[in-house]
Design a protein around this ligand. Sequence first.
Ligand SMILES: Nc1ncnc2c1ncn2[C@@H]1O[C@H](COP(=O)(O)OP(=O)(O)OP(=O)(O)O)[C@@H](O)[C@H]1O
Ligand SMILES: [Mg+2]
Length: 259
Amino acid sequence: MSKSIDVTDLNVWYSEFLAVGGVSMHIEPRSVTAFIGPSGCGKSTFLRTLNRMHEVIPGARVGGEVLLDGDDLYGPGVDPVAVRRQIGMVFQRPNPFPTMSIRDNVLAGVKLNNRRIARSDADDLVERSLRGANLWNEVKDRLGKPGAGLSGGQQQRLCIARAIAVSPQVLLMDEPCSALDPISTYAIEELIAKLKTEYTIVIVTHNMQQASRVSDKTAFFNIAGTGKPGTLIEYGETATMFTTPREQATEDYVSGRFG
Ligand SMILES: Nc1ncnc2c1ncn2[C@@H]1O[C@H](COP(=O)(O)OP(=O)(O)OP(=O)(O)O)[C@@H](O)[C@H]1O
Ligand SMILES: [Mg+2]
């Protein structure tokens, strides 16, 4: 179910502004890839092109190629909604539907996809997804209670359960732990380690320790200055990126000398 991603010469615009320029990279299935780099260098923008979320912004455009196991995500006739179903996304702020029950939150994506699902199958899916998100034991006795009644870390795991309930092939996470305390962060990191056996995971993080703990590969993005596009400076094995990177800028960034 996990798939590879191949990006070739990607350019990403907001109207006339080229926000990300000339990015090419290969992302392995069943791996965690971390995107790092200073604020404004285009990490979130680039991430959103990987499931066609960028183009929902008026004036936003993408040039270049993104392949999912060889299939062009931007090819003619490709339904962006179908792409987003295959490539799930978890955001910085946990965003469960607040008044919806925990159970219905998990099923929300499945129902949006207009899939009719029998009660017992739904029960199985809810349990499987919540177990997958390491949340089941904490919520199994209150599945009918609103999602808003959970802690921030639990809400984020609920969002992950919602994302995996639709059986995506890729999970994109944009700073999923930045609003969480260290314990919840640890829970999410453990979860990422577990999920990567089944999914291709891409995570944006400002936390260098987190990038080095959870990821197999790291991509460092940077900008040459205000108004300039973000570019991919270096991409490689995480252990190498954090010890002996090729580029001075990477070394400066991972060692905290700028950004
Ligand atoms: N909706 C938008 N319209 C116009 N410009 C945008 C929009 N969203 C982002 N940008 C611009 O695109 C560039 C990249 O922004 P992006 O949010 O991708 O950076 P980032 O690397 O994720 O930063 P951070 O680490 O702060 O989240 C920035 O110059 C930003 O101002
Ligand atoms: Mg961002």
